[in-house]
Design a protein around this ligand. Structure first.
Ligand code: SF4
Length: 227
C-alpha cells in the first residue's frame, strides 16, 4: 500500500516538475544557437558531441564559427586536423576531441549522411556512443531519451531523493526518473529546461532555494533547507 502511495506521489511530482519547468523555460531558459529550429542533423549532432562534459556557454562562444568553417559532414571529414583543433582549444582534450569529430564525420560520409532510426543501428555507428545516440533520439526525433549528466542528476536527486549508486549511468532509480520526466510531447524542451534550471537556479554549490518556484514540493528544501 505504501508502495502504491509513493508511486502516486512520484508521478504527481513528475508532472509538477514538467509543468513548472516548461513554463519557467519559456521565460528564463537559455537561448543557444543549437537549440534553434530547422538546423541540419549535422549541426545538432556536432553541438551534442561538443557539449559532452563541457559548459554550454563555452561552446556557444565558437559554435557558430565552427559551423561556418565546417558546414557539413564532408567538410569536417576532409578538414586538416589542426584546423579543427584551433576551434576546440578552449574545451580541453582538444586533439582527442578533434579526432573523434573527424572520425565520426568520415563515418557519416561513408553512410551518405543517413542516420538510422533503429536504436541498435544508431548505437552501432562508430564514434557515436550511447550518449550521442540518446541525443540524436531526443533532439532530432523528439523521443524521450534523457541526457542525464551530473547537472540533471543533481536536480532530480534534490527534488525527489538521492540515488543509491555512485555512477549515474547505472543507477536505475535515477535513470528511471529521468526517463519519466522527459517522457513528454516536448521531450527536448523538458531536457533543456532541466539543464538550464540546474545552471541558473538549482546550482551545485549555492542552490537558490528560497526563490525556487518548485521548492514547495522539493525533497531537499523540505529536509535540509527548511525542515
Ligand atoms: S528548492 Fe532548492 S534544491 Fe530544490 S529544486 Fe529548488 S533550488 Fe533545487
Amino acid at each position: 500500500m505504501a508502495g502504491v502511495h509513493s508511486k502516486g506521489l512520484e508521478d504527481y511530482k513528475v508532472e509538477f516538475l514538467q509543468e513548472n519547468l516548461l513554463a519557467w523555460y519559456k521565460t528564463s531558459g537559455r537561448r543557444f544557437y543549437w537549440r534553434k529550429k530547422g538546423l541540419s542533423q549535422y549541426q545538432y549532432i556536432i553541438a551534442e558531441v561538443l557539449l559532452q562534459r563541457t559548459k554550454a556557454e563555452t561552446i556557444a562562444k565558437f559554435y557558430p564559427l565552427f559551423i561556418l568553417e565546417f558546414p557539413n559532414w564532408l567538410s569536417l571529414a576532409n578538414a586538416d586536423l589542426k584546423a579543427i583543433e584551433v576551434f576546440l582549444k578552449p574545451i580541453g582534450l582538444y586533439t582527442q576531441r578533434a579526432l573523434r569529430l573527424q572520425n565520426l564525420a568520415r563515418e557519416m560520409v561513408k553512410r551518405k549522411g543517413r542516420l538510422p532510426r533503429d536504436r541498435k543501428d544508431l548505437e552501432s555507428i562508430p564514434f557515436m556512443g550511447q550518449y550521442i545516440a540518446n541525443a540524436v533520439e531526443l533532439v532530432i526525433y523528439n523521443q524521450p531519451s534523457p541526457l542525464v549528466d551530473v547537472n540533471m542528476a543533481r536536480v532530480i536527486e534534490r527534488f525527489f531523493s538521492p540515488r543509491k549508486m555512485a555512477d549515474i549511468r547505472y543507477d536505475p532509480y535515477l535513470q528511471g526518473l529521468a526517463y519519466k520526466i522527459v517522457n513528454h510531447q516536448n521531450a527536448r524542451y523538458i531536457n533543456w529546461a532541466i539543464l538550464d534550471f540546474a545552471a541558473i537556479i538549482c546550482q551545485a554549490r549555492k542552490p537558490k532555494c528560497v526563490i525556487c518556484l518548485i521548492n514547495n514540493n522539493c525533497h531537499y528544501f523540505k529536509t535540509i533547507v527548511n525542515p
